[in-house]
Design a protein around this ligand. Structure first.
Ligand code: MN
Length: 249
């Protein structure tokens, strides 16, 4: 078998310490090529640069800064930098959780999804905002040494969230729900004109539903959430009779 080809990216930018840790661990498993945004592109989800050109800057052997989004990085990486499809696409380690509905906004998670769309085994890694990278390093290694034994169907990824302290272990989880209080703050600029700021200091409140990633990660476990790109709601899809009554002729 040829050497594993591993594409790395993130949404915090190429200089983020979480990416350096992931590069360090991933390099034990194959040849790592990093294509990451040249600045923080957090909360940009799956945005694609359709109307702007993309530039890559080589910063070292197999390390590139791209002026696009995390998904741009995965596409450019897969299509031009690697020479063949990567075996793994790893994204992170994000500075901050991606739990519950966070996954819809997260560029970290979106990059992993793009990796799965490109046919790679893909995972997103996120850490408690006050978490310690050195504590989670052996857990990333443990996960990567075992995850090939549990292949996922197409269009699925693993999303891992690491707790603040020493992890108690891995826990397979469902997606939690969360709410942001005071999400949009109104302030006034020095000229007296109001402006609005999304994402205040309050932070999210997780429902901590039993069996969910919110509960597991806040209780000190590594939450391992299998995510699916198919967003169809199976419970509503099953209500065909009711649908015909309401929308049928
Ligand atoms: Mn981020």
């Amino acid at each position: 078998m040829s050497e594993r080809l591993i594409l790395l990216t993130n949404d915090d930018g190429l200089w983020a310490p979480g990416l350096a840790l992931l590069e360090q661990v991933a390099s034990r498993f194959g040849r790592v090529i990093t294509v990451a945004p040249d600045r923080n592109r957090s909360a940009i989800s799956s945005a694609l640069s359709l109307h702007d050109i993309l530039r890559l800057h080589e910063l070292g052997p197999d390390r590139y800064a791209c002026d696009g989004t995390p998904v741009d990085c995965v596409l450019v990486g897969c299509k031009h930098m690697l020479g063949r499809s990567p075996d793994w696409v790893l994204s992170g380690v994000n500075n901050g959780f991606n739990l519950g509905e966070d996954v819809f906004y997260s560029g970290t998670v979106a990059a992993a999804f793009e990796g799965s769309l490109q046919g790679a085994r893909a995972a997103a890694f996120s850490l408690h905002p006050k978490g310690a990278l050195d504590l989670i390093e052996p857990w990333i290694e443990k996960f990567l040494s075992r995850w090939e034994a549990m292949p996922l169907p197409p269009n699925r990824i693993w999303s891992l969230n690491f707790p603040k302290g020493e992890p108690k272990g891995f826990q397979l989880c469902a997606q939690d729900t969360r709410q942001y209080l005071d999400l949009v703050e109104k302030r006034t600029d020095p000229r007296g004109t109001p402006y609005y700021w999304i994402g205040g200091d309050a932070g999210p409140v997780y429902a901590r539903t039993p069996g969910s990633d919110g509960q597991a990660a806040l209780d000190g476990w590594v939450s391992v959430t299998p995510l699916h790109l198919d967003l169809t709601s199976p419970d509503v899809l099953a209500r065909r009779e009711e649908f015909s009554k309401v929308f049928g002729e």
